[in-house]
Design a protein around this ligand. Structure first.
Ligand code: ADP
Ligand code: 5GP
Length: 199
């Protein structure tokens, strides 16, 4: 075999940030996105101090950790970003995001608005970062969805809904805003955005 000086130049993967108020349907949209192999997605599992909901699995929905463990991860510099949300901490482990992007995977983060600000400022100038805000068709519908999900007690639902106003105010930091009215249409819109940026 002749020796080759050609090295395949693999394209680094995209970093896709998806946010939106609690109950808008981010998790539901994400499950549809990861099914589509064309999108070549790697979902970045976050770390959280909140307790698992029924059916949630450690390592696939979140890494569920204690407050002490979370604080240690912050101190050790292991998180790309982190934020507090209604009494709990949530953060993105740094190592996998870089490694998977370098392998050519498109990495999907599902994070709230303050964490998005941190990622956008850390990765300023990286043209392969995409930010998408999933917006509700109305506040009434958002409330119906979060109540219909029945995963939180009433006082937590109220706190999550109260956060929604501040989150909607920060939606201008996102490149794309997609309304999740009809689920299939919303998923198609998000797919179109990702596919257009993969070219
Ligand atoms: P998030 O991850 O943003 O907190 P979820 O994905 O858990 O939200 O969705 C909250 C609830 O709304 C779930 O019960 C889900 O089935 C429902 N839902 C999601 N998208 C839609 C939609 N387009 N129309 C009606 N209900 C929806
Ligand atoms: P939930 O408790 O409903 O799973 O998540 C609450 C909020 O935390 C949602 O807005 C969700 O997107 C956000 N979140 C989940 N993981 C992370 C993370 O790693 N970092 C940040 N900043 N927010 C996250």
């Amino acid at each position: 075999m002749p020796h080759s000086n050609i090295i395949r130049n693999m394209k680094r993967g995209l970093l896709i940030i998806m946010s939106g108020p609690s109950g808008v349907g981010k998790g539901t949209v994400r499950l549809e996105l990861v099914k589509d192999k064309k999108l070549n997605l790697f979902y970045s599992v976050s770390m959280t101090t909140r307790s698992p909901r029924p059916g949630e699995k450690d390592g696939s929905d979140y890494y569920f950790v204690s407050h002490e463990e979370f604080d240690k991860q912050i101190d050790d510099g292991n998180l790309l970003e982190w934020a507090e949300f209604v009494g709990n901490k949530y953060g993105t482990p740094k190592d996998k995001v870089e490694a998977k992007r370098n392998e050519g995977k498109n990495v999907l983060l599902e994070i709230e608005v303050k964490g998005t600000g941190q990622v956008l400022s850390k990765l300023q100038g990286d043209k392969d970062v995409i930010s998408i805000f999933i917006a509700p068709p109305s506040i009434e519908e958002l409330e119906r969805r979060i109540r219909g999900r029945s995963t939180e007690p009433d006082e937590v639902i109220k706190k999550r809904l109260a956060r929604c106003k501040a989150e909607l105010e920060l939606k201008s930091q996102y490149e794309y805003i997609v309304v999740n009215d009809d689920l299939a249409e919303c998923v198609e819109e998000v797919k179109k955005i990702i596919l257009s940026r993969m070219k």
